[in-house]
Ligand binder design. Structure first.
Ligand SMILES: Cc1cc2nc3c(=O)[nH]c(=O)nc-3n(C[C@H](O)[C@H](O)[C@H](O)COP(=O)(O)O)c2cc1C
Length: 394
């Protein structure tokens, strides 16, 4: 009976996913507090002379194998499976990316990257009479394949295709004659005759406003100083209009080659907030009063090569900062919630959100109106002298 109650409590709070296998058994079998005492044993061991020696041995071992790619590879093959999840996501993503491209299904991220490279070519100084020969054929092939998806009803593609069409039109108008260009132009025009995509000259490289109406540096300083991680909310639901406006601002953030390899998943139904918010390990004690929860999902199938595997994290979080600020100026506060790379949390998040093998949760965000009169931690920031360095080594 005691066991059953304990397991049930674990299931209900979602902590079942935090304690697996041996740990879960021990937690269920041991008397109250004994589990915590056992866990405290590790801390006591590390503080003992033997524990100190062991930790220094581990440190020496890690520093030694870190000098060799082969040894560190062996270490992670034999002694630790911690990188397995990233390996598998990156491999699944590369497989999907390459399959999309070579089976003619079209990979939207690849299209966006190539079109962006053409855009950069269009503003190059001094202007080049001819450029993009190595990429234009591939870009038109991707455009045609993505148009095929549009024909099958994938409307999310439309804005990217409109932009691609405008840039390709500008490119073909601008570049000098060349057989490679002529062949690509013919295929582009044939594709467009089949599926009409509306164009707009606004999507070509443009002049930014000369006298933009921007916030002052004092206003930016005041926003930065005011924004703090807020964990206690007043219970009011956050209107979706407020969130959507912030997301549209976040969408303006820079991303590597404009691929935009992520999406934000929001939850504002109380049951779902509790379900999803229990998955990462950073919310115990304050989850029950979070009105809205967001998860950033990185889309690793945007990339063909391993070298880009960090980009979804970087792009997703640059955009998240803009989102956080856009919420804050609308009176809505937030707190980032870590998504640690544990097998159980990842599996649980994949189940709850129905993630594809090439998608990974990157970070979460608790969102709500701040409770009146509630303090926030001071969280000392780095001084300027520690934060930046100029011309080191000059
Ligand atoms: C990637 C990331 C993960 C975080 N994870 C958590 C978390 O799991 N739980 C929590 O209470 N705060 C979390 N925080 C909030 C940090 O504790 C907080 O940003 C930091 O102390 C600085 O305070 P400030 O945001 O008020 O300036 C996280 C912040 C970041 C950027």
């Amino acid at each position: 009976m005691k066991l059953e109650r304990k397991f049930l409590a674990v299931e209900e709070t979602g902590t079942a996913y935090r304690r697996k296998g041996m740990r879960r058994m021990l937690f269920a079998l041991l008397p109250e507090n004994a589990y915590d005492r056992l866990r405290g044993g590790r801390v006591r061991f590390e503080a003992s002379p033997w524990g100190r020696r062991w930790s220094l041995f581990v440190a020496a071992w890690l520093s030694a194998i870190a000098r060799s790619g082969v040894l560190s590879g062996l270490h992670y093959a034999l002694f630790s499976r911690e990188f397995d999840r990233e390996h598998r996501a990156v491999l699944a993503a590369r497989g999907r990316h390459i399959r999309d491209v070579f089976a003619g299904r079209g990979n939207l991220y690849m299209l966006r990257r190539n079109v962006h490279r053409l855009e950069k070519g269009l503003i190059m100084k001094p202007p080049r009479p001819i450029f993009g020969l190595g990429k234009i054929g591939e870009t038109v092939t991707a455009y045609r394949a993505c148009l095929g998806q549009l024909g099958r009803g994938d409307e999310d593609l439309r804005t990217s295709l409109e932009w691609a069409k405008d840039i390709l039109n500008t490119y073909f108008d601008r570049v000098a004659d060349h057989p490679v260009v002529a062949e690509a132009r013919a295929r582009f025009e044939a594709a467009d005759a089949d599926h009409h995509v509306p164009t707009s000259a606004d999507r070509a490289p443009f002049l930014r406003a000369l006298e933009p109406s921007l916030p002052t540096i004092e206003q930016i300083e005041s926003l930065a100083a005011h924004r703090r991680s807020v964990r206690w909310f007043d219970g009011r639901p956050v209107p979706r209009g407020v969130i959507d406006r912030a997301v549209e601002i976040a969408a303006q953030s820079p991303t590597a080659c404009n691929r935009q390899p992520f999406r934000f998943e929001f939850f504002d139904s109380p049951e779902l907030v509790q379900k999803v918010g229990a998955v990462p390990k950073g919310t115990p004690g304050w989850l029950h009063q979070i009105p809205c929860f967001m998860v950033i999902i990185g889309k690793f199938d945007a990339f063909r090569f391993e070298r880009d595997r960090h980009v979804p994290y970087i792009d997703g979080c640059l955009s998240a900062m803009a989102l956080i600020n856009a919420l804050e100026v609308q009176g809505v506060s937030s707190c980032c919630v870590n998504f640690p790379d544990f097998a159980d949390t990842e599996q649980r998040m994949a189940e709850v959100l129905g993630l594809a093998p090439w998608e990974r949760a990157i970070m979460c965000l608790a969102i709500g109106y701040p409770e009146d009169g509630e303090r926030v931690p001071f969280s000392q920031k780095l001084p300027l002298s520690m934060m930046r360095r100029y011309n080191h080594g000059e």
